[in-house]
Design a protein around this ligand. Sequence first.
Ligand code: AMP
Length: 218
Amino acid sequence: MKIILLGPPGAGKGTQADILCKKFGIPHISTGNILRDAIKSGTDLGVKAKKLMDQGILVSDEVIVGVVIERIKQKDCESGFLFDGYPRTIPQAKALEDNHVEINVVIEIDVPDEVIIERMSGRRVHLASGRTYHIEFNPPKIEGKDDETGEELIQRDDDHPETVRKRLDIYHKQTEPLIEYYKKYSESEADTKPVFIKIQGDQTIERINENMASMISK
Ligand code: AMP
């Protein structure tokens, strides 16, 4: 099972990804988390990515494609994986085809911009694991602490409202065209065509997940 989750930043991709990955027993590949890990370990990749990420700008296609293609060669990806935050541009999607990576399902989570801005300001993250929470909609058991480790939760620099607006702008310009791209591909005659699923993201986490799981199993 190879899945792509598409949708604006703050659409709930990370939360849904965790649930789907557990259900299907596949790894959750979040390029955002890979880049944040690289920043923490101070690698060349992290140094290159940090400035761009803090401003909400995309890392170059060349760099991110290299990271993803290496990642999916690892053993845990043999029976599939779920991409969250990749691809983000048409060249990134084309790179999958060039590398013969056949995607089975593309899921778009659709959420209006105003809802995103409200959601992102309440988002908190556990840096070490990438687990995300929302102070109102998905709160941790203990305020400000990660459920599994009890460690501190933080607000990401790129979740501040001005940066969120910029990220949405970039999403509409650079990533939204992928929705048309995958819709067309799913309607084509190609043997490798994926199934395209659109989900309204303006519902509870459980409801979104139920809809997704039932559409995928169909
Ligand atoms: P995310 O956690 O997916 O919202 O990603 C956070 C930031 O990481 C983005 O705003 C980009 O700067 C960078 N990033 C993550 N995934 C990609 C990607 N596929 N292509 C380019 N930049 C990315």
